[in-house]
Design a protein around this ligand. Structure first.
Ligand code: DNO
Length: 356
């Protein structure tokens, strides 16, 4: 497996490629182009520029996270075909510069959701946290301003201002879309895109819904083992795969992450793994935490063990870190705690390998 690090290109990150290169065991970065509006083609020139910048730093760029899916595709509107064609063009251009895995999500309107971006843990670090009641009481129309205030001036992936401004109308547009219809819309997308992914050698890896339960009455489908199975069965191909995110799926204490690694990874359908820990509280509430098993509710050893047992050959990355040592960075994506997370995960990996 290859250890990677998420990096926001073209001036969108406080972390530099030089710093990432110095983290022990890093093979490459997972990146994207945030400036291109969702639904448009990523031009070959921009993609090549990105690849050249990453290569010059001595790092690989084999995973992209994300090329977002236009809402018209998710809503199943007649205009979707144009956006699907553009999506395929993106896959083609990314393949031309050596991209092997494309992480994306099929969450309606919102990407991930939290009630706080800077919640203070007892150790004085700051993390993303989720209080279900607070999220339910959030006013979608004020989210753009709140997020801009809380995110230290960084644009958050999945919370782009242009997306947030349309939130109330978009939520309304989904009112009559059932979960079954939503799966149908996903199937239409997959049936068009997966043959192209096969042709260009880019494995699609859908990210689970974060958190993995419905919010704002929106249909959310990537939430548990059965729904992941249903999604992967919509189009049976190795190229219709999964980004297994321990923290997203793991927010629901009923989700057994090592079992999912064994089932879906064992079938060759997991191409990318996000590794982070969460602390479960009452009901659906949770906080993100440091990566160590004993500091959260997930057993990271068991997850890594499952990856070793299935001989996982894909990419992993330490997901969201705490904000520590007074770092000022994009919430969840500072340098220090993710670097500590990577070192810890590689340590687990080495120990498990030596005990095999
Ligand atoms: C948040 C991320 C997500 C993820 C997308 C993938 O930190 O895990 O924004 O990148 O859902 O499409």
């Amino acid at each position: 497996m290859k250890m990677t690090f998420r990096w926001f290109a073209f001036g969108h990150d406080s972390v530099t490629l030089k710093q990432i290169k110095q983290i022990p065991g890093m093979s490459g970065v997972v990146t994207s182009i945030l400036d291109i509006p969702v639904g448009e083609v990523w031009p070959i020139e921009a993609v090549t520029r990105l690849k050249d910048e990453v290569s010059a730093a001595g790092l690989e760029m084999e995973v992209i996270e994300s090329v977002n899916v236009h809402e018209d595709i998710k809503l199943g509107l007649p205009t979707r075909d144009k956006y699907i064609d553009n999506y395929i063009e993106c896959i083609k251009n990314l393949s031309a510069v050596g991209v092997k895995v494309l992480c994306y999500n099929f969450m309606p309107v919102l990407d991930w959701a939290r009630s706080e971006l800077n919640y203070e843990l007892p150790d004085g670090s700051f993390v993303l946290s989720y209080r279900h009641d607070k999220v339910l009481n959030m006013d979608p129309s004020s989210m753009a301003d709140k997020t801009a205030n809380d995110s230290m001036g960084f644009e958050l992936p999945g919370w782009e201002p242009e997306r947030l401004k349309q939130m109330p109308q978009l939520i309304e547009a989904y009112k009559n879309i059932s979960v079954d219809q939503y799966f149908e819309n996903a199937k239409y997308f997959l049936d068009a895109v997966i043959p192209a992914a096969e042709k260009y050698g880019v494995k699609m890896a859908i990210h689970p819904d974060d958190p993995p339960w419905p919010i704002f009455g929106l249909p959310r489908i990537m939430t548990n083992r059965d729904n992941v199975r249903r999604f992967l069965d919509l189009h049976k191909s190795e190229y219709n795969g999964l980004t297994l995110c321990s923290g997203s799926l793991g927010a629901n204490r009923d989700n057994d992450i090592p079992a999912m690694v064994r089932e879906f990874g064992g079938e060759g359908r997991v191409h990318f793994v996000h590794l982070r820990n969460v602390i479960h509280h009452e009901g659906l509430d949770f906080d993100e935490s440091a990566h160590l098993s004993r500091l959260g509710s997930l057993d990271m050893y068991e997850i890594m063990k499952a990856l070793v047992d299935i001989d996982f050959k894909g990419y992993i990355r330490p997901d969201h870190g705490r904000m520590i040592w007074d770092e000022v960075a994009r919430p969840g994506y500072g340098l220090y705690d993710r670097a500590l997370g990577a070192a810890y995960l590689l340590g687990l990996h080495e120990a498990i390998m030596k005990n095999k």
